[in-house]
Design a binder for this molecule. Structure first.
Ligand code: NAI
Length: 270
């Protein structure tokens, strides 16, 4: 429950689009009030005008501007009470070869994907400690475990976010706050720009995914909701990979095509 009413409050960052938006919709459907944080004023306005508008309180902010975030958390607690759930979802992926990766790119990536989340946690945790069943869910990435070229700042930030998840699970467990992460694979959201319209790319990418489809924002929102709910009351410090099976291994037949040697079986000696 939030400090102000019997309606629980969920704070979601990067809420104006993709996974964050689907997550807000899920929490509102489940009876939560939500505080939605995003740098896109236009996206927040769209959310406010949508059918879930009455269930949301919009707070425009830049997660990369970390000095503003702990005070912002304080303002949210003052206006709406402490959140039962904090979802650190906002993220950016800046692609560049390592020789072209600037210090500024490191700063933006680490701040948005990692330090911003930590600044919000610092602001919200004192109030969350007083609530029954409080939970934090961090949206990391499959890339926290398996890297991509040109994604050094992203992969390092997401791996660190997963490490932070485990540290905080240990540190905050005694206060009854659970901390978990979800590690999405390839999900259909605007973060990919025009890549999703590239049919050849998608056809090839699907060869890597045993479930043979790109993920939907709702696939991830469902896991976030589960991890935040009492159904996961004994789960903390975990990262759930949701990637259609991509991390489980490669299907050689799909990737390379059928080969005789994939079929040869040695007969048992009699
Ligand atoms: P998206 O681009 O649809 O949404 C990201 C939202 O975060 C946008 O509304 C954007 O305005 C906001 N945002 C970005 N930087 C911000 C900042 N500095 N301050 C405030 N708001 C900011 O992307 P998507 O896919 O929904 O991403 C959500 C999270 O999921 C990210 O952390 C991303 O890294 C992670 N993820 C996404 C995957 C995918 O395939 N879509 C795969 C793995 C992880």
């Amino acid at each position: 429950m939030s400090g102000r009413s019997n309606v629980p409050l969920a704070v979601v960052t990067g809420a104006a689009s993709g996974i964050g938006k689907a997550t807000v919709e899920r929490f509102v459907d489940e009876g939560y009030s939500t505080a939605v944080l995003d740098r896109s004023q236009e996206g927040l306005d769209r959310l406010k005008q949508s059918k879930i508008g009455p269930g949301i309180h919009a707070f425009p902010c830049d997660l990369a501007d970390v000095g503003t975030l702990t005070p912002l958390a304080g303002r949210i607690v003052e206006e709406l009470g402490a959140p039962r759930v904090l979802v650190n979802n906002a993220g950016v992926c800046l692609y560049a070869d390592i020789t072209e990766t600037t210090d500024e790119m490191w700063e933006v990536s680490l701040n948005t994907n990692l330090v911003g989340a930590s600044a919000l946690i610092r602001g919200f945790v004192p109030g969350m400690k007083r609530l029954e069943g409080a939970a934090i869910v961090n949206v990391a990435s499959r890339n926290a475990l398996s890297s991509s070229p040109r994604a050094a700042t992203y992969d390092a930030a997401k791996a660190a976010l997963l490490a932070l998840t485990r540290t905080l699970a240990v540190e905050l467990g005694g206060d009854g706050i659970r901390v978990n992460a979800v590690l999405p694979g390839f999900i259909d959201t605007p973060i990919h720009g025009d890549l999703l319209k590239d049919r050849v790319f998608i056809e090839n990418y699907l060869k890597l995914i045993p479930l043979n489809r790109i993920g939907r924002p709702e696939d991830i929102a469902n896991i976030i909701f589960f991890l935040a709910s009492d159904r996961a009351a004994f789960v903390t410090g975990q990262g759930i990979v949701a990637d259609g099976g991509q991390m489980s291994g490669q299907n050689y037949v799909k990737v390379f095509g059928e080969r005789d040697s994939f079929r040869v079986r040695q007969e048992p000696e009699t």
